[in-house]
Design a protein around this ligand. Structure first.
Ligand SMILES: *Cc1c(COP(=O)(O)O)cnc(C)c1O
Length: 449
């Protein structure tokens, strides 16, 4: 009997993983979430200590796939998707830095995108369907999605990006792929790209084209993000020992991965959700009143410039409440339990820069702005609650080479570029260019289908 996923808005029927993944958002505009979390026994979790990452991924994800993906197929998908390293570096005592930046596009988004693309490919193949993935990006997501879906049969990828708002290396990670991946540089802002994509999804003139967004609310992106918390604990904590995670958060998908791991049985002492100036969640946790930040505030950790984190609806659901897609709360979650499990703090740009500098000076370890937010958040938590001799993991979500200017300003030299990025950056680029004009974009889509 396959596991079922229900919508956080509670108005759509529960569906299996295949349906939830291909749909993205539920028909009632809620987010899909497991009806009941599958559990791992303490003995199953203890066994992870001796296993490579891809095997842990298989053992965690196979709890969600009975009747949907045969075990030997899922095992092969995990082996192919996770063929890069996940470094854990000692900071001090039992506090470690986990670098999720060794995938093909050097951000943690690769972990989810690599697995989701394989699941999409398999499900579409089974149904003999074709699909176009339409994504607007401000940088990291577009690159991770484009790389993951590159050459997957039955899928065409179209990525829109604002020409003046992405860095050269971010652009090249998208525009050098070709084949089934088309990139379109828009003479406009990220908001224009997103508005064009949203209109295309709602346009009856495009209804004959099968479109999907593969965006951050897809359950297929969330589940793989629970695996690296199991992995980190297997390397840093003793069996049964509770661990602390500090996670730099924007849309709260990464942080929800830790919540999923805990719901599946991983002992977790505290989840620290560290945000930049977009402080809607820490304010909510403190006051019980949710007020989204609109428009979102620009910060150095630009992948976290999110005024209304979409995954909060899932977090609220875990604690027995209900929040709709606009952020309206119809049922308050158990805030006491939430505060017991989660700490949240807002880190200014000034403290972000200081975090990169102090971390380098004290430990000779390099952070980029997102990781620096996680580090400062950990210090804030540790000032109010002692760590004792518990293990803790600070999550670094991008490679410092993706933010060369910010890093060089602080430490005085540019960070090394990882080999995966160097290779991509040397290939010739090929992309289309367009005004921020929906009619033109619509004709572009029609001409390609
Ligand atoms: C997307 C992103 C984040 C934020 O992750 P969420 O799941 O949206 O909270 C943090 N750091 C980097 C580098 C990212 O690309």
């Amino acid at each position: 009997m396959p596991l079922l996923f229900r919508s956080t808005n509670g108005q759509s029927p529960a569906v299996n993983l295949r349906e939830a993944l291909l749909a993205g958002q539920a028909p009632d505009r809620g987010l899909y979430f497991p009806e009941k979390f599958p559990r791992l026994t303490p003995a199953e979790i203890a066994a992870f200590a001796d296993l490579p990452y891809h095997e842990i991924a298989f053992r965690v994800l196979s709890k969600f796939t009975p009747g949907i993906i045969p075990d030997h197929v899922l095992a092969a998908m995990c082996r192919e998707a996770y063929n890069f390293s996940i470094p854990l570096e000692k900071i001090y005592d039992r506090v470690q830095l986990m670098r999720l930046d060794q995938g093909p596009t050097a951000s943690f988004k690769d972990f989810a995108a690599q697995m989701m693309a394989r699941m999409f490919g398999r499900f579409l193949g089974e149904e003999g369907r074709q699909l176009t993935i339409l994504t607007a990006t401000s940088g990291d997501t577009g690159a991770a999605v484009a790389h993951a879906f590159h050459k997957i049969p039955g899928i065409q990828v179209i990525v829109l990006f604002p020409i003046a708002e992405v860095s050269e290396s971010q652009r090249k990670l998208m525009t050098t792929l070709k084949d089934n991946v088309r990139t379109v540089a828009i003479d406009g802002k990220f908001d224009d790209c997103q508005a064009m994509v949203k209109r295309a999804f709602a346009d009856p003139a495009l209804a004959h084209i099968s479109l999907s967004s593969a965006n951050s609310i897809n359950i297929g992106r969330l589940l793989p993000q629970s695996v690296y918390y199991f992995y980190a604990a297997s390397r840093v904590a003793k069996p049964g020992e509770a661990i602390v995670f500090s996670i730099p958060s924007g849309n709260f998908g990464d942080m929800m991965g830790a919540v999923v791991a805990r719901e599946m049985g991983l002992p977790v002492k505290k989840i620290i959700a560290s945000v930049n100036d977009n402080d809607a969640f820490p304010n909510f946790l403190a006051s019980g009143i949710y007020q989204k930040i609109c428009p979102s505030r620009n910060s150095l950790s630009n992948a976290m410039n999110v005024g209304h984190p979409s995954n909060l609806a899932r977090l609220v659901a875990v604690y027995g409440g209900q929040m709709d897609e606009t952020g309206k709360i119809s049922k308050q979650p158990d805030l006491v339990a939430m505060r017991r499990d989660i700490f949240s703090t807002s880190i200014s740009d000034e403290r972000t820069v200081a975090g990169v500098r102090d971390f380098w000076n004290r430990f000779q370890l390099l952070l980029e702005p997102h990781g620096a937010v996680a580090w400062q958040g950990f210090l804030d938590w540790n000032a109010v609650e002692p760590l004792g001799d518990a293990p803790a993991v600070i999550v670094e979500t991008a490679n410092p080479a993706k933010f060369p200017d910010e890093v060089e300003k602080v430490v005085g030299w540019p960070p090394d570029v990882p080999p995966a990025m160097t290779a991509a950056i040397q290939l010739p680029e090929d992309y289309d260019r367009m005004d921020a004009d929906y009619e033109k974009f619509k004709n572009y889509l029609l001409a390609r289908h």
